[in-house]
Design a protein around this ligand. Structure first.
Ligand code: EPZ
Length: 445
C-alpha cells in the first residue's frame, strides 16, 4: 500500500484551497469484506475484482489466512484470489490479533459452522458510533440451530446437529444481520425466510456473489428474502460494485472546499438518493461513462432538512462528510440520524473550528424514529454559513475522521489532524488522492 501509516500519524493540512482534479474509487469496502467471507463457503477457489487497497481488506485477508484459506492479493490490479480448500479452525489468540477493530469476524460464524461445525469470535470492535451490539446476529445463529456459548475471551459456537432453515423476523433492517442470515442460510438444510431484511446495494451484490456460487435466493419488494439451502457451493468470479460511500465523501469534499472533482469509477444507480440531496444543497454533478463529476457552482449553498435511513434512504455513512458542506450553506439545516444513536460525536471538533451546530435528543425534521424517546443526541441543527478556522483535531472514527479532514481542507489556516491512520480502513490511497486534488497536506512522522 502506498499509505502505510503508523499509530502516531498526524496530517498537517493547509486549508482554504478548493480540491480539484480527478481520482478513482474502486470496490465497496462493505461488499468486498463480505464477499471475501462468502468465499469460505465454496468448494473451489474464488476471484474478487475491483478490490481496494484498504486496511479492512488486509484484516479480513489475515482472518481468512489463519483459517487455512489461501489468499493472493494483486494490489495494483485489485484482484484477490481466495482458495478455501483447506479451511481449518484458528487459535483464539490469532483471531484476536487479526480481528483488530473489525466487526467482520461475526460474519465468519455461519460459514465456519458449515465448514467445521464450530466457530469462535473475539470481542468485536468497529467504529465508535453507538453501542453496535451483536444480539441480532447471535439470535439468528440460534434460530438456525447453533449453540452459542459466551466465554470471557469471546463467543464459542457449535452446531452438532447442523444448521436448519428457519423464519427470521428482524426488528430493524440491519445490514449485518441480513448478511449473517444470507451467509448461513445458503448452506442450511431447507428454506429460510427473512422478513424485514436490509436491501442495500452491497447486500444485493452479495446475493449476486452467492447466486454465482450456486445459491437460490429471491428478494421480494416487501423486504422478505427467501433462501433455499443447497448442499454445495462453488467458487465465484465477481467484480465488486463501486464504493458509493467513498464517492460521496469526495463529492462532499468538493462542495465544502468550493472545488471540482471527477470521481472515476463512481456509479449512478447506487447513488441516486445522494445525488438528489447533493443537487438540493446546490452542488452540481455530471454522470459520465466512467464516473461522476461533482462541483460547487459558485454562489450560496442551500440549507436542507435531511433524514438518514436504510436503503433506499440517505445512507448514514454519507451524513458526516455532507454535514461539513452544510456548515457552508446559508441558513438552517436539520439532520436527523435514524440508523445509529450516536453518530454526531464528530460535530464537536467542527464546533471548535467555528461551525454552529447544535445536537438534540428529539427527532427533528418531521418523522420520529426508535431513538426518539431515549437519551441520544441524534438530531443536529447546522446554522450557516460559518467560516471554518484551522484546529488540532483527533480522528474519532472512519467517516467522522474523513469529515474532519474535509473541514481542515476547507478551513483557513493550518490544522493538525491526529490518528489519521483510521481513515485508511475505508479510503484507499487517500494521501495520493489528496495530492492529485491539489491539497496541501503532509504527514508528520
Ligand atoms: C454496516 O454496519 C456497515 N458496515 C456500516 O458502515 C453502515 O453504517 C451500516 O451497515 C448501515 O448502513 C459494514 O458493512 C462493515 P447495521 P452494520 O447492522 O452491519 C443495530 C462504515 O463506516 N443493531 O445495519 O454493523 C445497530 O446498532 C460502516 O463503512 C443491533 O441493534 O450495521 C444500528 O443501530 C460504519 N443489533 C442498526 O442496527 C445487532 O445485532 C443498523 O446496524 C446489529 C445491529
Amino acid at each position: 500500500m502506498s499509505d502505510v501509516l503508523t499509530i502516531s500519524d498526524t496530517l498537517t493540512v493547509e486549508g482554504g484551497r478548493p480540491l480539484s482534479g480527478e481520482i478513482t474509487v474502486r470496490g465497496a469496502k462493505n461488499l468486498v469484506s463480505k464477499a471475501m467471507v462468502a468465499a469460505l463457503l465454496g468448494e473451489t477457489p474464488s476471484e474478487l475484482l475491483n478490490v481496494p487497497d484498504i486496511r479492512d481488506v488486509e484484516v479480513v485477508s489475515g482472518l481468512l489466512s489463519i483459517h487455512g484459506v489461501g489468499v493472493e492479493h494483486d494490489h495494483e490490479a485489485g484482484i484477490l484470489r481466495l482458495d478455501p480448500s483447506n479451511v481449518e479452525s484458528a487459535h483464539v489468540a490469532d483471531i484476536d490479533a487479526h480481528a483488530g477493530s473489525s466487526r467482520i469476524p461475526i460474519l465468519f460464524c455461519g460459514p465456519l459452522l458449515h465448514r467445521l461445525g464450530e466457530a469462535f469470535i473475539p470481542d468485536l470492535g468497529g467504529c465508535r458510533i453507538g453501542d453496535r451490539p451483536i444480539d441480532y446476529h447471535l439470535n439468528i445463529l440460534r434460530e438456525f440451530g447453533a449453540i452459542v456459548d459466551k466465554q470471557p475471551s469471546g463467543i464459542a459456537l457449535s452446531a452438532p446437529r447442523g444448521l436448519k432453515g428457519t423464519v427470521i423476523d428482524l426488528p430493524y433492517p440491519s445490514v449485518g444481520a441480513t448478511e449473517q442470515t444470507l451467509l448461513t442460510a445458503v448452506r442450511a438444510e431447507g428454506r429460510t425466510e427473512l422478513r424485514g431484511a436490509a436491501t442495500e446495494p452491497e447486500i444485493m451484490d452479495l446475493i449476486a456473489v452467492l447466486q454465482k456460487m450456486g445459491a437460490i435466493i429471491s428478494v421480494d419488494t416487501d423486504r422478505t428474502i427467501r433462501i433455499d439451502g443447497v448442499d454445495r457451493l462453488v467458487g465465484f468470479r465477481h467484480r465488486s460494485l463501486a464504493d458509493r460511500i467513498e464517492a460521496a465523501s469526495w463529492a462532499s469534499a468538493a462542495l465544502a472546499t468550493g472545488g471540482d472533482i471527477l470521481v472515476k469509477g463512481a456509479t449512478q444507480p447506487e447513488m441516486m438518493t445522494f445525488l438528489n440531496t447533493f443537487r438540493k444543497v446546490g452542488g452540481a454533478f455530471d454522470v459520465l461513462d466512467d464516473g461522476i463529476r461533482f462541483w460547487h457552482q459558485g454562489g450560496d449553498l442551500t440549507p436542507i432538512v435531511l433524514e438518514t435511513g436504510v436503503h433506499p434512504g440517505f445512507m448514514t455513512d454519507w451524513q458526516q462528510p455532507l454535514v461539513v458542506a452544510l456548515t457552508q450553506a446559508e441558513g438552517l439545516s436539520i439532520v436527523h440520524e435514524t440508523v445509529y444513536e450516536n453518530r454526531f460525536g464528530f460535530t464537536e471538533a467542527l464546533r471548535g473550528m467555528g461551525a454552529n451546530i447544535q445536537v438534540y435528543r428529539d427527532c427533528l425534521g418531521g418523522s420520529s424514529c426508535r431513538f426518539g424517546q431515549r437519551n441520544f443526541f441524534h438530531s443536529a441543527v447546522i446554522s450557516g454559513r460559518t467560516p471554518l478556522t484551522a484546529a488540532d483535531i483527533e480522528v474519532p472514527d472512519l467517516r467522522g475522521g474523513f469529515s474532519h479532514l474535509i473541514a481542515a481542507l476547507a478551513a483557513d489556516g493550518t490544522s493538525n489532524v491526529r490518528g489519521i491512520q483510521l481513515i485508511n480502513r475505508g479510503y484507499e490511497h487517500f494521501m495520493d488522492k489528496l495530492e492529485a486534488l491539489g491539497a496541501a497536506a503532509t504527514l508528520k512522522a
